[in-house]
Ligand binder design. Structure first.
Ligand code: GLY
Length: 348
């Protein structure tokens, strides 16, 4: 077994993030469970098969098409029906195996089934290992709005196993790399940011330790602010721009991954930070590092086209949007700003 950290809520242990050297080690932690139901992304079926062989208490396993289109209330209801038909009781443990869409769907279904049964995550993408599968955000898209319905309920376990990444396509790996770099821009113990840039660009190793370090940063932030009242907003570094970029990409029919949009979004946040005097040379530094890793840095859309999507947030927050700005590597600040002023600044 590898390292372990605990997510605490109000000082009480709410979930464990556990590093696994091999998938079979999951038996030592879940072997005593009498009712495990696996919900897995069909693209991660080899991981699900290994887990099913290692665990005697599996009572059912359900494959899903883990796409944004299927991330819906209908899928959650189908999952609940499958649990019901398989006889899942209140003792059931739902084990999600897949990326963030799978952990969001399975976690949501578990959290409402019989008013809530426990769930655990075995993330199979780098993005989910460092971000989506930790912290208890679950949910689905609704009426064209992403993650509009959901709950925050902590998984009892999140298993981090580097081995499952070996079949991850390069572009998906890079999407997670952007979230890992984001995490270390927020908190940079032991120069993890520098180590991550070297590792991800091929001139360093230690991926498993870095994944776990990023997961630990996220677990710490969530423990201090589980319901995103303050500090957890820092995890949205680059995301206000990224969501607008992803929205514009959908309109244009362009293919941009979440991590690619986050990388471009962090560059725009750095430009804003430099322009407001909060940082010096941040945009140049991040541009150099992200390019070395293989991430795109140039947003293909002019800043003014992003304004409409960001304005949607503005309405929700009384005219101002929370922007997360990097002041140096390992430290970010949250500023509530007007979208039109931000756009003007970015165009300079
Ligand atoms: N992905 C950001 C968060 O979990 O708060």
């Amino acid at each position: 077994m590898g390292k372990e950290i605990t997510v605490t809520i109000d000082g009480k242990a709410a979930g464990r993030v556990v590093g696994l050297e091999h998938l079979a080690e999951i038996a030592a932690l879940l072997g005593s469970e009498s009712e495990v139901f696996v919900i897995y992304d069909e693209n991660a079926s080899w991981v699900a098969s290994e887990v099913v062989s290692a665990l005697p208490g599996i009572k059912g396993s359900i494959a899903i098409d883990a796409s944004e289109e299927e991330k819906s209330m209908e899928t959650v209801l189908l999952l609940c029906r499958s649990l019901m038909e398989a006889g899942a009781s209140r003792k059931a443990l739902v084990l999600a195996i897949g990326g963030g869409i799978t952990t969001d769907l399975a976690g949501f279904a578990a959290s409402i089934y019989k008013r809530g049964v426990r769930y655990a995550n075995l993330p199979t993408t780098l993005l989910a290992q460092v971000d989506a599968a930790i912290g208890g955000k679950t949910g689905v898209n609704f009426d064209d709005y992403k993650n509009m319905l959901g709950v925050i309920v902590q998984p009892v376990f999140t298993f981090i196993c580097a081995d499952v990444l070996r079949t991850l396509p390069r572009r998906d790996f890079l999407s997670g790399a952007a979230e890992m770099l984001k995490t270390f821009l927020i908190e940079n113990e032991d120069d993890n940011y520098g180590k991550a840039v070297r590792c991800l660009s091929g001139s360093g190793d230690g991926l498993q330790d870095l994944v776990f370090a990023a997961a630990a940063v996220k677990a710490g932030v969530v423990s201090r602010d589980p319901f995103e009242q303050g500090e957890r907003r820092k995890l949205n570094l680059g995301h206000t721009f990224a969501h607008a970029i992803e929205h514009e990409a959908r309109q244009q029919g362009d293919d941009i991954t979440h991590g690619e949009a986050v990388a471009m979004g962090m560059i725009l946040a750095a430009r804003l930070s430099d322009a407001t005097g909060l940082s010096t040379g941040m945009e140049a530094r991040l541009t150099q590092d992200f390019t070395a890793v293989g991430l795109p840095v140039a947003c293909p859309y002019p800043p003014e086209t992003l304004a409409a999507a960001m304005d949607k947030d503005k309405k929700a927050e009384g005219g101002l949007v929370h922007f997360v700005l990097p002041e140096r590597i390992g430290s970010v600040v949250i500023r509530d700003l007007k979208v039109d002023e931000v756009i003007k600044t970015l165009k300079i």
